[in-house]
Design a protein around this ligand. Structure first.
Ligand code: MRU
Length: 317
């Protein structure tokens, strides 16, 4: 059974609560758009394409009782960086205005994302040499999408094509999408991996132990700048310094056609508490200030290629 982050059930949405992983698999039953908005904000579901899909289903639940414009606004105001959220909600509003069946539209958004992931996997797997050690950051797998995954989807496709691939999984402070979610997905499928703390990557590159870096994206600008999980920029600089290929894998629904430069992408700032504590564990003095930027911007110059379902775009051969 493939990992799934959510299931649409006609009158409700079943959502795997990612805050509980890897310890427990808890499924939430969401019956209105306010619950869906809360699940996105609190990161019970996360990952740009998954947020877009789930918001579309939230939209359907909402318009049963509420004015569509209000529902649209509530869902838009959940997280500011991932473009897929806005792309999906625009599509839902347009479908409604054009008299299309909104449920069909949401289901197409989900299916198209899954298809795009499979296609990116097929295209991207050839970039991974047999026997490679790859490094990935955050979680870009089935949990972050409609299924299969973007960067992790390419790794999956390489693995299932028979290549030997070993994955270094950046733990990804502070939400630990790498150690909690990516490692959980890789373990389920028997893909060899090693969790590392975020600061280990540079030294591994220096020792020649990393053949490629693969990451996802939350928003990509017209010139190819990429917003992704905080720490991605640092990895790109390290990769450049060590001559390691740095690949971004994202569907076209992540591309913002209105923004030229990464400077203009809104970066989400989350609560200090998420840095100073984890679950019930205190990690910093209560009185200390903490800065919690959820994303950073990697300039196009640091990226070897962007893999989309429409093809591979080489930025710096
Ligand atoms: O804060 P998150 O967990 O929603 O951030 C997720 C990422 O940064 C992913 O890399 C990105 O959404 C691409 S997921 C296919």
């Amino acid at each position: 059974m493939e990992v799934k982050a959510f299931y649409w059930k006609g009158d409700h949405l079943l959502l795997l609560d990612q805050r509980e992983l890897p310890e427990r698999e808890v499924w939430l039953k969401l019956t209105d758009h306010l619950q869906v908005a809360d699940a996105i904000k609190s990161m019970a579901v996360r990952g740009a394409p998954a947020i877009g899909c789930v918001a579309s289903y939230g939209f359907i639940l909402g318009i049963k009782k509420e004015d569509p414009q209000k529902v649209y606004q509530v869902l838009r105001n959940t997280r500011p960086t991932a473009y897929n959220l806005f792309w999906a909600l625009e599509r839902m509003m347009k479908a409604l205005k054009e008299g299309k069946d909104p449920e069909k539209e949401a289901m197409s958004i989900e299916q198209e994302d899954y298809n795009a992931n499979r296609r990116m996997g097929e295209l991207g797997k050839d970039l991974i040499p047999d026997g490679a050690n790859v490094l990935t950051h955050c979680n870009t797998g089935a949990l972050a999408t409609a299924g299969w995954g973007t960067a992790l989807g390419v790794i999956r496709s390489a693995h299932y094509s028979g290549k030997k691939v070993h994955v270094f999984v950046n733990e990804t402070r502070p939400y630990l999408q790498g150690s909690r979610l990516t490692a959980w997905e890789l373990l389920k499928e028997g893909i060899p991996h090693t969790v590392i703390t975020d600061m280990t990557a540079g030294f591994l590159m220096k020792k020649g132990l990393i053949d490629a870096v693969l990451v996802g994206a939350d928003r990509i600008t017209k010139r190819g700048d990429v917003a992704n999980k905080i720490g991605t920029y640092t990895l790109s600089v390290l990769a450049k310094a060590h001559g390691v290929p740095f690949y971004v894998v994202a569907p076209t629904s992540t591309f913002d056609p209105n923004i030229e430069s990464g400077e203009d992408i809104p970066i989400e700032e989350r609560s200090e508490e998420e840095v100073k504590s984890f679950k019930n564990c205190t990690l910093a003095p209560k009185e200390s200030r903490a800065l919690h930027l959820a994303f950073d911007i990697t300039p196009a110059e640091n990226i070897t290629a962007i893999i989309t379902e429409e093809g591979i775009k080489y930025i710096k051969p």
